[in-house]
Design a binder for this molecule. Sequence first.
Ligand code: SF4
Length: 128
Amino acid sequence: MEEKCTCEPNEILVFACSGSSNVGQIANLAALQLTQKGAGRMFCLAGIGGHVSGMIESTKAGKMIVGIDGCPVACAKKILEHAGFNVDEYLQVTEMGVEKNHGFHYPQPEIDKVVDRLNTRISQRRGA
Ligand code: SF4
């Protein structure tokens, strides 16, 4: 049986690929909105990619890592794994039926779907 996390929202670190496409920006905005809802705390993926020591240490101190990628290229997951972190909860925006494009059109309902799905999964993992 999966163990419940006793973590507080500020110990739940949310990393988005923030890629240069509609789905990358949906990932980015979903991470931001999860933070605004108090479900977790958005963290800087670029700092992990850059091996910035303070950010690596802060990430080690987190209790749950949430990754959001726009598409199956999975840049956020790969960056985190290269730095030695396991991703506890993970979602690709394209899994939610959103087709990738470079037009940067992202209706709010597409962002809401990603936020709701991850919010539910984080709550289940916390037993909340
Ligand atoms: S996961 Fe996809 S959308 Fe995100 S940065 Fe990589 S290629 Fe771009």
